[in-house]
Design a protein. Sequence first.
Length: 510
Amino acid sequence: MIKKIPFLFFFVAAFFLLSQKASAQNAPGIFDGQDDVGRVKSPGSGTYDAKTQQYRLSGSGTNVWANHDEFHYVWKKMKGDFILRTNAAFIGKGVEEHRKVGWMIRSSLDTGSKHISAVMHGSGLTSLQFRRATDGITEEKKFELTSADEVIQLERKDNTYTMSVAKKGEMFVSQEVSDVDLGDDIYVGLFICSHNPAVTEKAVFNNVRIVIPAPPTLVPYRQYLGSDIEILDLQTQNSRIIYQSPISLQAPNWMRDGKHLLYNSDGLLYTYDLKDNMPTVLNTGSANHNNNDHVISFDGKWLAISSSDKSGASMGWVVPVTGGEPRRLTPTGPSYMHGWSPDGKWIVFCGARNNNYDVYRVPSAGGPEERLTTSPGLDDGPEYSPDGKYIYFNSVRSGLMQVWRMKADGSEQTQLTNDDYNNWFPHISPDGKWIEYITFLKNEVAPGDHPFYKHVYLRVMPVDGGPSTVVAYLYGGQGTINTPSWSPDSKHLAFISNTSLLFPIFPTSK
């Protein structure tokens, strides 16, 4: 018997290690593992496509309801506060109208576990479902929204859970529950249930994000969250994370060759190779306190940058797009560079003069600046249209921050958006057809502020104004799209989102 103990020990240890390895390999994408919860008749599965960053789930199960659940689950163990978001859609017509997909937070993998679930049904019904006690009865808060292709968000803040849903392209509506104690060490993930034990259903999940938001103690402009560089396909409205960093990256410009991005971080500018997924410091000489207001000339040869001088105020500079010693443009600050004229002769910027922020232009070759707006309050983010006829900007003059435009000489200043949000940084597509801008919620920011680390939307509208469509739902704000971020073919957008949670499946700076 003594001789058999080592053999048995090594056999069990080897089996355990192989099982652990198999489980790790079976964890799709950003998740830690996957399981069928409850006594499902047919095993489910979850897969991750690294190229598209898309998740596909299949699963059976009687229901997620009453006092026990049966479903397939891809999960991650988490603690503290977080934000979960995805675009979810069923694959195929399906059998049961109450088949379910969505986000789920559970105390355990037991079939009767306490849970909070953000659910989309096959019929299009959306609801916040929750079980307060182990083996207790499931309760529900229904939304009026019904759609077959939805954006689903579930946020935990302390012991409050908020579900937000939107028909793709529209703004969120929300409901919350605050008296369900799931504990701190919990399971978080995507789920699918066929609502029929004899049937296996399938669903696809795009834009899957798990975000760790800023803590209440974070000091703005002194402490920062990590950053994701994302590329958005405007046709599908699906976004891919191409790079992550534990520090603050801001304001990606898409360079004219279509192969590189330009962004700022910690006072420096970087070019980012989209093929090799590698950033490189761009030499800007003595201008080494760069902020997130930088813009490339239409011919792709020059770069207008904003960098603090010895006084600490941001000034405007011009440098070759390949790098070099900069030439100073503005003798007075603060000055924040935002746009070149298509002929390369002018640069428009936001300048603080006489205790007011207005839009100015200055000759790119050097010369006196010219004031274009005079309204009290903040006018910011000026940018030329590709035909040179207009300058688009954002202004707080009507109460909330809204998108405006004027002729290139400053005349005929006209408001283009007029809603109950704060809209910043209009960027015109290279084909001259569309405006992209960032939207802050009215109750989260002051009209003249665009802070870091908020729930924001990226929206697109026709260049002459008109209905706006949400193209991205994210956690970001300052630094997300301060500068023009359209691809040269007008089909993609680059932007920054923020989180303190990094994943090894994405390229990451060290």
